[in-house]
Design a protein around this ligand. Structure first.
Ligand SMILES: CC(C)(COP(=O)(O)OP(=O)(O)OC[C@H]1O[C@@H](n2cnc3c(N)ncnc32)[C@H](O)[C@@H]1OP(=O)(O)O)[C@@H](O)C(=O)NCCC(=O)NCCS
Length: 334
């Protein structure tokens, strides 16, 4: 294979290796001990940290190029691609300009990450994963093979996404006038897991440490620490305590004889409200997220923490926090 082609303006550490057939563009920087494989193309301005390995035929720092039929023309003022120390980039991976990858992150063979994305430290973005524009991925995130992460998604620290998961950001499916304000990818909160082949619809939020079963179609927000499954996804149960890391474990079981202020204080987190000005007269309809999914999650949580099975019809009949407290107390024999 031909010798590498090195731009005279590239800054390559003396102990870095650039193998035959590689092309290193203008102003590229390659850090100490990094190894650039055969046929790799480093486009202009790309910054490669120290101790990075880039396997054969990867393309780093490519510019997005729009055509007339695209609904979202790519930006032309993108900064360089930056790759942190200790990263590994698989063979044939394509990483776009304007994206930043943290330290010690592994990007699998043939994965592709579009412009304006941020990927944190110690992540694994496995083989064939495609990440669309402007998606933000936290630290220690694992995305398994052939999953598609849509544009404008947010994935927080410690999330696990299994194989072949499809995520979406546009309910109009390319019909009607293009309205960027209506394009919103899902949000996956800290420590959540998504099973193989799940489909996440636009704009939904998967709560902290929640679990999405394999093959689920998630059309509504998933409450924190709840397990959902099916099409459409419904709460099946609370995530078992042994699946939760220490910091996410639910508080110890509470006696059902809580008085109202204690009740509000104890369950404020699950109800997604702040304790304080709430009273027995607070209407459940005014509590964000206490919708049908929120009610199921509340029932699952009362079961987990108090060992009480609430009557679903009686729960539907509750109009206020006071009613809810009465129901829990009565169910507990209080
Ligand atoms: C969601 C999951 C974790 C639940 O496992 P579990 O706690 O053992 O669940 P259970 O077997 O107790 O199931 C509880 C109920 O939910 C149903 N259920 C469980 N997973 C389901 C799923 N993915 N889709 C539909 N229903 C499901 C079960 O049939 C059961 O219903 P039933 O009570 O009417 O019989 C598991 O089924 C799953 O989907 N795992 C994901 C595997 C995966 O993708 N791994 C990726 C790495 S390889």
């Amino acid at each position: 294979m031909a010798e590498p082609i090195l731009s005279p303006s590239a800054l390559i550490a003396p102990d870095a290796t650039v193998r035959s057939g590689a092309v290193v563009g203008a102003n590229v920087r390659i850090g100490p001990r990094s190894v650039i494989g055969h046929g790799v193309v480093l486009h202009e301005d790309t910054v490669v940290g120290a101790d990075v390995t880039v396997f054969d035929h990867a393309v780093l720092g490519r510019r997005p190029l729009g055509v007339g039929s695209m609904t979202r023309p790519p930006r032309t003022d993108l900064g360089p691609l930056r790759l942190g120390d200790g990263c590994v980039v698989g063979a044939g991976a394509v990483l776009y300009r304007g994206t930043t990858i943290g330290r010690e992150t592994l990007l699998g063979d043939l994965c592709s990450i579009r412009e304006e994305c941020v990927v944190g430290d110690r992540c694994i973005i496995a083989r064939g994963v495609t990440v669309n524009y402007a998606t933000r991925i936290g630290h220690r995130v694992k995305i398994q093979d052939n999953t598609h992460l849509t544009g404008n998604m947010v994935i927080e620290d410690g999330v696990f996404v299994s194989v072949l998961v499809a995520t979406t950001n546009d309910n109009s499916m390319d019909r009607g006038p293009h309205d960027p304000a209506k394009l919103g990818g899902p949000v996956i909160r800290r420590g959540a897991s998504v099973g193989a082949g799940a489909v996440l619809l636009p704009g939904i939020t998967i709560g902290e440490y929640a679990v999405v079963g394999a093959g689920a179609v998630v059309s509504q927000d998933v409450p924190p620490r709840q397990l959902v499954a099916g099409n459409p996804a419904r709460v099946v149960k609370a995530v078992p305590a042994e699946w939760l890391p220490k910091e996410a474990a639910p508080p110890a079981a509470l006696p059902p004889s809580l008085d109202l202020p204690e009740f509000i204080e104890a369950f404020a987190w699950e109800l997604q409200i702040a304790p304080g000005p709430l009273t027995a007269a607070t209407r459940l309809a005014d509590i964000p997220r206490f919708d049908s999914m929120g009610r199921l999650a509340f029932m699952a949580m009362i079961d987990t923490r108090l060992g009480l099975v609430l009557d679903a019809d009686a729960l539907d009949g509750c109009a206020t926090l006071g009613d809810l407290h009465d129901l829990v107390t009565k169910t507990g024999g209080g």
